[in-house]
Design a protein around this ligand. Structure first.
Ligand code: GLV
Length: 365
């Protein structure tokens, strides 16, 4: 069993050991190349846990299959780095780690929203630089979020959690865009609006937009929560940025290539009152030229899910995916994965994205 990076906690290791796995962990903190992972897989390998920075395509799945591999799990909820079609072709189930990073990543999007709106990083740098000479009525004026409009593009688990935090926390109105109507989210906001009304306060509202353009035009703050695929690559381009308010804020904690980053750099250079908060980049770990020089952009090193609890939970889910397949267990069906965080692990793989295609049977209660 190959694990391409050291993972936090030790429960994940116990889970793999209970499945009789000998575990080889790659200790390098560098992003591993395909050839290096192939070497780690070697001639005998029952399964692997890989990272979002690695290219899990035909070459690696062929190597894993040839080594007797039966399961792979990404240590992430997003799996745009995995060619699921290639894994399926080799009959290899692919796992991911949903649920444990929902609130954590949403909190990072909130942190970036406030940091961008109130110029937190710029002002911190100013203090450390010894430039503060006393309180001024015009020092670091930012944007008030209270009762403005938040736009969410992609209102799945993380997008909905972020929307709830901003709507409740700042009483913002919500405009969202998603392939599906998010009834739970809409109901939640409707109840909150009723509560505000009952207190004699201005209610919030929630609107499902017909297009990405509508969200960009109407919202004061826009957060992206989409998976990366052919349909979302460079979704935010020059034209769409041009639709946003001149002092809008754009947050991205999803995947870098959802934004045409060079275009964003140009937009931020031309519009000093526009702000962005980014956790992800088009060519990670690199940034497009000019991005790091911009005062109106807050940048984080893809740490959206980086809390101890979440990263340990992700390790448990990834190990649970691989161990369960090796033990011949079925695939869990419920989006609620919390039973896997208890002491009494269900006899199932928490999340297999190609379960139907590779014939992993569904878990029945
Ligand atoms: C992190 O970016 C993830 O997809 O889990």
């Amino acid at each position: 069993m190959v694990v391409t990076k050291e993972l936090p906690g030790d429960r994940w290791l116990e889970i793999l050991k209970q499945a009789d796995c000998m575990v080889e962990v790659c200790v390098s903190t560098d992003v591993l190349r395909v050839s290096e992972i192939k070497d780690a897989i070697g001639e005998r390998c029952d399964g692997a846990i890989g990272q979002l920075t690695e290219d899990w395509g035909e070459e690696l799945f062929a190597a894993l299959k040839a080594a007797g591999g039966k399961a792979y799990s990404n240590y992430a909820v997003g799996y745009n780095n995995v060619d699921v079609g290639a894994a399926t072709k080799h009959g290899i189930p692919v796992g991911n780690t949903p649920g444990v990073l929902t609130e954590t990543t949403a909190e990072m999007a909130v942190a970036l929203s406030f940091a961008a709106a109130r110029r937190v990083v710029e002002a911190d740098r100013f203090m450390r630089g010894g430039h503060y000479k006393g309180w001024l009525p015009t020092l670091f004026l930012g944007e008030l979020l209270h009762q403005k409009t938040v736009g969410v593009i992609g209102a799945g688990r993380i997008g909905s959690a972020y929307a709830r935090m901003m709507v409740e926390g700042c009483r913002m109105d919500l405009i969202y865009c998603d392939h599906h109507q998010r009834k739970d989210l809409e109901d939640y906001i409707a109840f909150y609006a009723e509560f505000l009304k009952s207190q004699g306060q201005k209610p919030v509202y929630c609107k499902r937009a017909a297009s990405v353009e509508e969200v960009l035009q109407e919202a004061d703050l826009v957060s992206l929560h989409l998976p990366l695929d052919n349909t979302t690559h460079h979704l935010i381009n020059r034209e769409r940025l041009g639709l946003m308010k001149e002092n809008a804020i754009l947050i991205n904690t999803s995947r870098g290539p959802v934004i045409d980053e060079s275009t964003l750099v140009a937009h931020c250079q031309e519009h000093p009152n526009f702000r962005a908060g980014l956790d992800v980049y088009e060519d990670e770990p690199d940034m497009k030229p000019g991005l790091s020089e911009l005062d109106n952009v807050v940048i984080m090193p893809h740490t959206g899910s980086a809390t101890g609890w979440t990263r340990q939970g992700m390790a448990v889910l990834a190990a649970g995916n691989v161990a369960a397949i090796l033990m011949g267990y079925p695939a869990w069906q419920d989006p609620d994965i919390s039973p896997f965080l208890s002491d009494d692990l269900p006899k199932a793989a928490p999340s297999i994205v190609n379960a139907d295609e590779v014939g992993v049977r569904p878990f029945m209660v």
